[in-house]
Design a protein around this ligand. Structure first.
Ligand code: NGQ
Ligand code: ZN
Length: 475
C-alpha cells in the first residue's frame, strides 16, 4: 500500500508565509534532512531556483493529544435518547457495548482510516490512549500486545506519528471497587502493563510496515483515571515507566464529570486535580485530560506544575461535560493542547473554534484566547496548542531547526481564504471555513502524505472502515 506521495528528492519548501514559533514570517525557506528533521528555517530570503513553492500559508503540524481510535466507528451513532435522561454515563454504556465486540482486524481498519482522516485534517501526530487490551472474553490474546501492535501498524500505514499510551485500568470507582463486566477487556496488573510498555519500547517501531516513513513513535503510560487505579498502582506504574524512560509522558483522565468530583471528595476529602497534585509528582511530563471541573486553586496549581491540560472540545461538548476555564488558565501561563478523543469530529480547526466559542459563551467576551503578542486569536491558539500538544506527545512540532518537518499547508484558493493575508487566512480556516477543510498538503517528517486535501491511501482504507463498521453494527 502506498502511504505517501513519492518521497520527494527535494527536501525543501519555500513559503511566502509560514507560522514560526514567534509568529508569521514572510518568504521562508524550510529545509530538512533525509531523516525528516528540519535543518534550517530561514525567513526573508528569495526563493532559490529548483525549490518548490507553497500555494498557501505553511504551519507546523498539530499534535492530537487524545484519541481512543476504536470510538471513531460509532461517531454519530449515539445521538438518540437511550434513557429518560441521557448523560456521559449512559453514553459510556453504549460505548462499552461497542468496545466489547471489536476484533483486532476491525481495530486496525478503523484506526487506519481514522489516522488518515487526522492527517487530512491537519494533525501530524496522535496520542493514543489505548485501553482495549484483551479479547472479547477479557482473556489476553496469544500475543499480549496484539491490539497495541494493530494501532502501531495503523499509524505507520497512514504515516502519522504515534505516542502510544497503554492504559492501566484496574478498578471501577474510587476506593478500589472491582472492575465491572463491561471493563473486562481493559484490565491489566501493574507489572503486566510495565511489561507491555517495555516490549513496545523495544519492538514497537519494528512492528510497522517496512515502507513507512520516519514518522515518530513513542511510548508512555496512561493510568485511566483516579476511578480506575488505586493510589499504589498509580505510584508504582509511573515509577516503573520513568525507570525505563525518565521523560516518558503520563496521561490521565481527571475531572470530566461533576459526579466524578463528588465521588473523589467522598473518598478522599479532595477534588481529583487537588488529589493528584498532592499525591503524584505532576510535572511537564504529565497531561491531565478533561480537567474540566477544577477550582481556581487547582487551576493555578496545575498551571504552575508545567503539566498540559488536555482539552477535547467537541467530545466534551458532545458528552455534556462542561467548560474548562481556559481563559484564566492560559492567563496563568498554563499549557494546553487539543485532542479529538471520541472522534465525533476530526478537525483541528473545529476543535479550536469550539474551544474559543465555549469561552466566549461563558464570559460574554470575544477573542478571549488572543494574547498581547498575538492579537489574532486563531494564531495565538494554534501556537499554544502546537506547543502544548507537542509537550504532551513528547514529540514537538514547530518550524525551527531540529524539529521534525511536520508541515501543514492551507489552500490559498479555498473560498474562505482566497485573497486574504496569512493571519486572516488562518482565522478564516478556524472560524469561517464552513466545515470544508482548507488543509491542502501535509508532510510528516518530510514525507508528503496529503496532497490537494487527499491521502493516497484514503479510498482503500475507507472501504475497509465501512466494512468494519457494518460488521460491528450487525452484531
Ligand atoms: C474513555 N472517554 O475512556 O473512553 C472515556 C469514557 C470513562 C471520555 N472520557 C470512559 N471522553 O471515562 O470512564
Ligand atoms: Zn479519553
Amino acid at each position: 500500500m502506498t502511504t505517501s506521495f513519492v518521497r520527494s528528492e527535494s527536501r525543501a519548501l519555500f513559503a511566502s508565509d509560514a507560522l514560526l514559533p514567534e509568529g508569521w514570517a514572510k518568504n521562508v525557506l524550510l529545509e530538512w534532512d533525509c531523516s525528516g528533521l528540519l535543518t534550517s528555517v530561514t525567513p526573508g530570503v528569495k526563493k532559490p531556483s529548483g525549490v518548490s513553492e507553497a500555494q498557501g500559508p505553511v504551519m507546523p503540524g498539530m499534535p492530537n493529544l487524545h484519541s481512543h481510535a476504536f470510538q471513531r466507528a460509532f461517531a454519530g451513532l449515539t445521538e438518540f435518547r437511550s434513557t429518560q435522561e441521557d448523560s456521559f454515563w449512559s453514553w459510556r454504556e453504549l460505548m462499552y457495548r461497542f468496545a466489547g465486540r471489536i476484533t483486532p482486524e476491525q481495530l486496525e481498519d478503523i484506526a487506519t482510516y481514522l489516522y488518515i482522516e487526522m492527517l487530512q485534517a491537519g494533525y501530524t501526530s496522535v496520542c493514543e490512549f489505548h485501553y482495549l487490551h484483551h479479547d472479547e472474553d477479557g482473556h489476553p490474546y496469544a500475543d499480549d500486545a496484539e491490539l497495541a501492535l494493530r494501532l502501531v501498524r495503523a499509524a505507520a500505514r497512514a504515516g502519522i506519528s504515534l505516542t502510544l499510551l497503554p492504559v492501566l485500568y484496574q478498578t471501577s470507582g474510587f476506593g478500589g471497587h472491582p472492575a465491572g463486566g463491561g471493563q473486562r477487556r481493559f484490565i491489566r496488573s501493574t507489572e503486566n502493563i510495565l511489561r507491555l510498555i517495555e516490549r513496545l519500547r523495544t519492538e514497537g517501531a519494528g512492528a510497522a510496515p517496512a515502507e513507512s516513513s520516519h514518522a515518530h513513535f513513542r511510548v508512555g503510560l496512561a493510568p485511566h483515571s483516579l476511578r480506575a487505579v488505586t493510589p499504589d498502582s498509580l505510584a508504582e506504574s509511573v515509577a516503573g515507566l520513568h525507570a525505563m524512560d525518565s521523560v516518558a509522558p503520563v496521561h490521565i483522565h481527571i475531572a470530566e464529570q461533576v459526579q466524578e468530583v463528588q465521588d473523589c471528595l467522598a473518598w478522599s476529602g479532595q477534588r481529583p486535580v487537588q488529589w493528584l497534585l498532592g499525591h503524584a509528582q505532576v510535572d511537564a511530563r504529565w497531561c491531565l485530560v478533561h480537567a474540566t471541573h477544577i477550582s481556581s486553586h487547582e487551576r493555578i496549581a496545575l498551571a504552575t506544575s508545567g503539566a498540559v491540560a488536555g482539552l477535547c472540545p467537541t467530545t466534551e461538548a458532545n458528552l455534556g461535560d462542561g467548560v474548562f476555564p481556559l481563559a484564566a488558565f492560559s492567563h496563568e501561563s498554563g499549557r494546553w493542547g487539543i485532542g479529538s478523543d471520541s472522534h465525533a469530529c476530526v478537525n483541528a480547526a473545529e476543535e479550536l473554534m469550539l474551544l474559543e466559542y465555549g469561552q466566549r459563551l461563558v464570559l460574554g467576551r470575544r477573542n478571549v484566547l488572543a494574547t498581547e503578542q498575538h492579537p489574532q486569536v486563531a494564531t495565538a491558539m494554534m501556537l499554544a496548542a502546537i506547543a502544548g500538544g507537542g509537550q504532551a506527545s513528547a514529540h514537538h512540532t514547530g518550524l525551527e531547526a531540529g524539529r521534525s518537518a511536520d508541515l501543514v499547508m492551507l489552500d490559498e484558493n479555498h473560498p474562505a481564504l482566497s485573497g486574504l493575508d496569512a493571519p486572516r487566512m488562518l482565522a478564516a480556516h478556524v472560524f469561517a471555513s464552513h466545515r470544508s477543510s482548507a488543509v491542502h498538503r501535509v508532510w510528516v517528517a518530510g514525507c508528503e502524505h496529503v496532497r490537494q486535501g487527499e491521502h493516497p491511501g484514503r479510498a482503500r482504507a475507507f472501504k475497509k472502515f465501512v466494512l468494519a463498521r457494518a460488521a460491528l453494527l450487525e452484531n
